[in-house]
Design a protein around this ligand. Sequence first.
Ligand code: UDX
Length: 442
Amino acid sequence: MKIAIFWTGYVGLVSGACFAEIGHEVMCVDVDERKIENLKKWIIPIYEFGLEEIVKNNYAHKRLLFTTDAKLGIEFWDIIFNAVWTPPDKENHNKADLQYVEAVARTFWKYINSYKILVNKSTVPVGTWKICKNIIQEEIEKRKEKKEFDVVSNPEFLREGTAIKDFMLPDRIVCGVETQKAKEYMGNIYKPILRNYSSIVFTDIKSAELIKYASNSFLATKISFINEIANFAEIVGANIEDISKWMGLDKRIGNRFLHAGIGYGGSCFPKDIKALIETGKDYDFDFKIIKATEEVNEKQKTLPIKKYQKYQKNIAWKNIAIWGLTFKPKTDDTREAPSIDIIKELLKEWVAKISCFDKEWANQMKNIFQWEEHIFFFEEDMYEVLENADVLFLLTEWDEFRIADFWKIKEKMIWNIIIDGRNIWEKENIEKYGFIYEWIGK
Ligand code: UDX
């Protein structure tokens, strides 16, 4: 089938490349000329495992095309995916700004020349499909034209770092449709993947829009729930790893997203939760559980500092070492990462120096803290940041940290305090080297 994807952000590019990989003809459209030129040279703007190879392969076979020409993207393609970004609204940061989603709907009516489907893939508040439909409908009526079209909601559930796998082997594909024709088209798009025994679910459009928010909010709630239990487990002397493990064996609960730590971050959970709470307000509805999820997460993010202050109350003029900045491993994304909150708090305490290591992807952090003289970023050697450090904070569970050389760590640090925000090491093992070791919920 002929699929056009509007914008080559994270979701658009991954989905476009994967649709091409499963045999469709895909045209990726973006307003950013440089990005499009770069993509034609296989320069990928984001890091996602396996993406570069798929882009290269499908571009070479002409199944994946890139353009800045929106007209071309709509006139010659049957199914138009709206995967533009929905940043926080300028006036109300908790709301999603829908101007780009609406702009695609406007472009759609402008160039629609036969039956076409506009598929919203971006995460958008309930009812956005209707806004898009009205935009298209009103304009078509104004021009007294008769044009058949459908609006569909097909939310994405791609996790950064495993997005290709999530696309190719999804737990489920959700499609909110209004007509039988749209249902058939959507079924055909995903047919190659359905051969892998994934299931496709058809529902009304509002439910599809809400499934995305409900799923992300539920997963975030699971994390805040286990973090709250972890904090209590510490007080009573229980062990959160055992609690999560044995709770998770109950199939009704499941063992995933029960890993205690310093909270969730990223481009989705924090934004989606805020947006759902705001949408609730529009309908005079108060999301109590989801608000609590957010509150617990906010507190959890800076827990490592409180743990450190148990040993060194006054942390002014201390040397801090940080391992891991991204919101989770296997991504270059630091959006809403707990590391940002921790660094901001540390700066308020007048620490002498914060030395951070995170592979080669600390660029976003360098931008955020570019005017701070006390922060240093390292990308080559994880042990470099430990020179004369008073404490080591482990904030992201990159694999290499799991097999760290503790003799080497000890040799470099002044004080031997380690705060493990992701529970990746074993206390008994680390204390053998003479470290003071704190983890979460144990
Ligand atoms: C998420 C959803 O999983 C995905 O379906 C959606 O479409 C986009 O948002 P992503 O943001 O890539 O994906 O990350 P995810 O793997 O879900 O992790 C989110 C955060 O939760 C990370 O900061 C991670 O460290 C944290 N987390 C996750 C925990 O603290 N504990 C856990 O048990 C699991």
